[in-house]
Design a protein around this ligand. Structure first.
Ligand code: ADP
Ligand code: MG
Ligand code: ZN
Length: 633
């Protein structure tokens, strides 16, 4: 208590100082022609140049004397332009450059009055407001020893030109985004179409007494177009779009988050029908009271959000959309009926979706005719819409670098590599021996892949180091989209991942660190097989874990006893070892091909799937019996 009193007094003094300083600043800025040390004369054209250069801060236009007085950020200096020609474009120009301006009819008495008000009234008001605000903050912070007090923050509503909570709420009026800008995601668009309809004709729904969804939750991995979809809904319905991001609330001053939410909904209420979009809702919507250092501020914000969502008049046509890539951490209260009761999955695009997204973004750049987007879509399983958009942009940049004015297929193929594995890294110079090891490693992956599995042919092998740290990679393309993966296929994937290390062991008799990533991936697949997919002989169809962070590549939390957990580990180990043995055997059987291709790769650094398959299936007496000849195209 004592501590708080002392802090309060200190804070109060600080507040008074700040208030007086602000008042003095205001006085200076607004009445600099009365107090300023110097007035500089400039011509009208000089004035315009300064406006265009964004130097001018405030302008007052005197209608009766046709003089313009203005200030730049410069201390104590006022500029004056004595003749002001009839210029209709001036106001527009000032607005364009964000200059604060006022026109005034000379009237020194009213000016004096204003002067007095600002000199004495404002500090008093600030002190009053500040004290009140401080009090409120302190009361909230009792028991919470937040070390710093943020004076710069809120409380000065209206003065800084911000809205009451100081919230920067984006209402996008010129939102041109529509569903045409979102490729793929047909199911998501379908679910959202009803919301669009509701926003367009809220009265239709009200007339029949239908309760339209208040909120919908867009869930999916990062970069799949959730933000884009939300914007498109507003664009389709031609309604305002209010956007805030959950991450803005983090680390916010106590009480500000809730105030901002209140403010947001107040504005939305005035502008209804409209969309309120809360991006990254998981940052405020985490389950309450689960962690030890529960974040009081976040809970308040969340509570306010819930209150607002329950409170608003649904017939007006406010729809709250939210997006998250961690739906499992959300507070169940958010998902209750009447809140975010609709869940709209926005998944990674499938083959057709990827092609559509590539084509859509390619529309914005100049393309060489005849680019095979389907082929590129096949080599990019797992890429998000954002990745694909990025690939097209990288390709365009590359075309410019190469001095061309059209983007070619090769540009895109190169940029796929860049997005997947990072830029080519020139500074990494591998010794010939290291290069040989990498070549064998990658060839190992490729051969195991080709021999066991005709469905995802190898499309490229490269041993050019990348900025991501990868020294090489083997790319496999999907033939067709398939949605179910069998146990055999998972086992094959593990074997392919083990292929790199197996080749190193077989040829050099030693292991290198290059396989760390492969091992991690193989282990993850094996673990999922055992704990989630019911694919192990030992446990059968029992889910032993709960999935966590589904969209962020997280694994699972085990939900079994400690003893079982140990057995799970053993089973995982067994599956990976099985894959390892399969890989070793495959490579032993194809030892000559392994040598031949690895040496070829070492020389060429990058080879296509076709070249690879040509060598692998060439009948030079060593052709592997099990290769399906036509697998590569
Ligand atoms: P999220 O919010 O899901 O993380 P965004 O909506 O911010 O993803 O997407 C980022 C960018 O990726 C978009 O601006 C767009 O250029 C591109 N993008 C993502 N998904 C798609 C899609 N389905 N169609 C077209 N472009 C997409
Ligand atoms: Mg987003
Ligand atoms: Zn590898």
């Amino acid at each position: 208590m004592e501590m708080n009193d002392k802090r309060k007094r200190q804070s109060m003094i600080l507040y008074i100082i700040i208030a007086v300083a602000i008042a003095l600043g205001l006085q200076r800025a607004l009445f600099s022609n009365m107090t300023a040390a110097s007035v500089k004369q400039v011509s009208y054209s000089e004035f315009l140049t300064m406006v265009d250069d964004d130097e001018v801060k405030t302008v007052s236009l005197n209608q009766s004397t046709s003089a313009i007085t203005f200030t730049t950020g410069e201390e104590g200096v006022t500029y004056e332009t004595t003749s002001w020609p009839n210029d209709d474009t001036l106001i527009e120009r000032l607005e364009k450059h964000d200059v604060k301006f006022a026109s005034k009819i000379e009237d020194s008495s009213s000016q004096l009055w204003l002067y007095m008000l600002i000199s004495y009234g404002v500090p008093l008001l600030l002190i009053f407001l500040g004290g009140w605000f401080l009090n409120r903050q302190l009361r909230k912070q009792m028991g919470d020893d937040g070390p710093t007090m943020d004076f710069g923050g809120g409380g000065f509503g209206g003065i800084g030109g911000a809205s009451k909570s100081g919230a920067k709420i984006v209402a996008d009026k010129d939102n041109q985004t529509t569903f045409h800008d979102v490729a793929g995601q047909d199911e998501a668009k379908e679910s959202l179409a009803e919301i669009v309809n509701f926003l367009e004709h809220p009265e239709k729904y009200a007339a029949i007494g239908a309760r339209c969804p208040r909120g919908a939750l867009l869930v999916g991995p990062p970069g799949t177009g959730k933000t884009l979809l939300a914007k498109a809904v507003a664009g389709e319905a031609k309604v305002p779009f209010f956007q805030i991001s959950g991450s803005e609330f983090v680390e916010m001053f106590v009480g500000r988050g809730a105030a901002r939410v209140r403010d947001l909904f107040k504005q939305a209420n005035e502008k209804a029908p409209c969309i309120v979009f809360i991006d990254e809702i998981d940052t405020i919507g985490k389950k309450r009271g689960v962690s030890i250092n529960s974040n009081d501020e976040r809970e308040q914000t969340l509570n306010q959000l819930l209150t607002e969502m329950d409170g608003f008049d649904n017939h007006k046509g406010i729809v709250v959309l939210a997006a998250t890539n961690q739906p499992d951490v959300l507070d169940p209260a958010l998902l209750r009926p009447g809140r975010f009761d609709r869940r709209i999955p926005v998944e990674l695009p499938d083959l057709a979706g990827r092609e559509a997204i590539l084509k859509l973004h390619a529309d914005d750049v100049k393309m060489e005719p005849g680019v095979d987007f389907a082929q590129i879509a096949r080599t990019t399983p797992g890429a998000s819409g954002a990745d694909l958009a990025n690939m097209i942009n990288e390709a365009a940049l590359r075309a410019v670098r190469m001095g061309r004015n059209r983007v070619t297929q090769t540009d895109i193929e190169e940029s796929v590599d860049t997005v997947i594995a990072g830029e080519k890294k020139k500074s990494t110079v591998l010794s010939e021996h290291e290069k040989e090891v990498v070549a064998y490693h990658e060839t190992g992956h490729a051969i195991v892949a080709a021999v066991q599995d005709g469905k995802t042919p190898v499309s490229k092998i490269t041993i050019v180091p990348r900025t991501s740290g990868a020294l090489g990679f083997t790319m496999q393309a999907e033939e067709d989209e398939h949605y179910l993966t069998t146990r055999e296929e998972y086992k094959q994937r593990i074997a392919v991942l083990c292929g790199g290390r197996a080749a190193e062991e077989l040829i050099f008799g030693h292991m290198s660190s290059g396989a760390a990533n492969d091992i991690e991936k193989a282990t993850r697949i094996a673990r999922a097989m055992v704990t989630q997919l019911g694919m192990s002989d030992k446990f059968g169809m029992v889910a032993l874990g709960e999935q966590r962070n589904q969209y962020l590549g997280g694994g699972s939390d085990l939900t079994c006893s400690e003893g079982t957990a140990r057995e799970v580990d053993e089973e995982v180990q067994r599956l990976v070892e099985e894959g390892h043995q399969t890989a070793l055997k495959t490579l032993r059987d194809n030892r000559f091909k392994l040598h031949e291709i690895a040496h070829y790769l070492q020389r060429k650094e990058t080879i296509t799937g076709e070249e690879f398959m040509n060598i692998l299936s060439r009948d030079d007496g060593f052709a592997p019996a099990s290769v399906q000849g036509g697998a590569a195209q």
